[in-house]
Design a protein around this ligand. Structure first.
Ligand code: CAA
Ligand code: NAD
Length: 387
């Protein structure tokens, strides 16, 4: 088995710099690569801030940890002495395939390539690189140092050794908020576990946001509808935090792979075109120039139906079981908790699933979004046997 000592983290953005931080904290030598020095500088500033904060708390020695990271603008030379690449570049299949091939063309014959794609097929990312058996998925959650979950994904051609090494590296990366939860994803299907569970919520989200926009309802009021859930971030804040581009590209990918019903709504398309991408550009649903916004939630829009949300998520969880992505609904619930700090769909909904099916059928009839039609596993209640 390859002993991983040096990791190239590809992309110094929101995810890349978080991944690089936890990798140097775990003791790996890291080379963080991006296309422009200004992106590297921004990523390094974030890593320095995080590591220094931990030194102030007496948890590590900053100089020692930071001594393990170098940076580069040239992937081909950076991978020459590396054992693994963890890729966190923009969510575009063409770019991911290209950097995967550059890795395999220039890296040593044992190098492993793990993609942090949010949605995309690991098999397809590796198909033209010449060594698909050394390609896997390693899907982190934002912010990487604080979110416990990492989904490790097996593509159709991923070798047992590559999968095992990816699992081992994932387990070795520290988390500042509790123990890491590593979810093995047995088949590369769009969105893997947590994002797939939430993907069709996007269909509902686009519907509700477009409705709020048409009615001139402010985003604070729409977010206020969700305050009752007491989730760590309200939905429009979270969309900004993740990045509107990531959600937009994700929706396009689901259109291609799952159903036209995932088509990005008017609001999200407008924001994408106007480059209002959220936290990374300083403006999204909210203004981020003064840091994370705290919307006033005293007035509610009254648009959101939580039963529909519960039903959509549970139906998608049942599809994951049908497709063999996971074998048990507890893994889905646990991954959701570790990846988003909110309860999964089964814990809350399984005892009243028949009621939820009815609600979902009514919503499909209202909107014509047939992707949301309850699947067999959900309708028959067979999922109850897969705890
Ligand atoms: N290094 C070191 N310390 C850090 C750090 C870093 N990089 N980042 C934060 N910290 C420290 C902070 O300094 C702070 O320390 P103190 O308490 O001593 O001040 C501590 O960690 C907590 O930081 P915050 O105050 O920022 O944390 P919070 O309590 O406000 O919680 C949160 C932040 C965990 C992000 C919480 O809001 C949350 O759970 N939000 C939901 C996030 C979520 O759902 N993420 C998943 C998105 S989906 C996804 O990622 C998948 C995809 O493919 C798109
Ligand atoms: P980001 O825009 O913050 O960062 C991407 C970085 O990649 C940029 O700095 C960009 O310059 C760099 N890049 C683009 N092409 C490159 C290339 N050819 N070589 C080297 N660097 C290149 O994006 P992000 O939010 O960090 O997302 C990165 C990946 O992680 C995406 O696949 C995304 O879907 C996934 N992801 C994002 C989140 C999230 O919440 N933002 C969560 C999990 C996974």
């Amino acid at each position: 088995m390859v002993d991983i000592k040096t990791i190239v983290v590809l992309g110094a953005g929101l995810m890349g710099n978080g991944i690089a931080q936890v990798a140097i904290m775990a003791g790996y030598n890291v080379v963080m690569v991006d296309v422009k020095q200004e992106f590297i500088d921004k990523g390094m500033a974030s890593i320095n801030k995080g590591v220094n904060r931990l030194e102030e708390k007496g948890l590590l020695t900053a100089a020692e940890v930071l001594g393990r990271i170098k940076t580069s603008l040239d992937l081909a030379s950076a991978v020459k002495d590396a054992d693994m690449v963890i890729e966190a570049v923009v969510e575009r299949m063409d770019v991911k395939k290209q950097v995967c091939k550059t890795t395999m063309d220039n890296g040593p014959s044992h190098i492993i390539y793990a993609s942090n794609t949010s949605t995309m097929d690991i098999t397809e990312i590796g198909e033209d690189c010449g060594a698909p058996e050394r390609v896997s998925g390693m899907h982190f959650f934002n912010p990487v140092p604080l979110m416990r979950c990492i989904e490790v994904i097996r593509g159709d051609k991923t070798s047992d050794e590559t999968f095992q090494i990816t699992m081992d590296v994932a387990k070795s990366l520290p988390c500042l908020r509790g123990e890491r939860y590593i979810a093995p994803v047995l088949k590369s299907r769009p969105g893997f576990i947590v994002n797939r569970l939430n993907a069709p919520l996007g269909i509902y989200g686009h519907y509700i946001r477009d409705l709020a926009y048409e009615k001139g309802i402010p985003w604070e009021q729409l977010d206020a509808d969700y305050a009752v859930l007491k989730a760590p971030m309200l939905p429009c804040v979270l969309s900004d935090y993740v990045g509107i581009d990531t959600s937009y590209y994700g929706a396009l990918y689901y259109v291609e792979k799952l159903s036209p019903d995932f088509k990005p709504g008017k609001v999200i398309t407008m924001m994408f075109n106007e480059k209002k991408l959220g936290r990374k550009t300083g403006q999204g649903f909210y203004d981020w120039s003064e840091g994370r916004p705290t919307p006033d939630t005293s007035i509610k829009a009254g648009l959101v139906d939580f039963d529909i949300i519960a039903a959509i998520r549970m139906n998608e969880g049942c599809r994951l079981l049908e497709e063999g992505v996971v074998k048990s609904y507890n893994v889905i619930d646990e991954a959701n908790m570790a990846g988003m700090n909110t309860p999964g769909p089964f814990e809350r909904g399984k005892d009243r699933y028949k009621e939820l099916i009815k609600k979902l059928e009514e919503f499909v009839a209202l909107t014509g979004k047939t992707y949301l039609t309850p699947c067999e596993m959900f309708k028959t209640g067979k999922f109850l046997e897969m705890a």
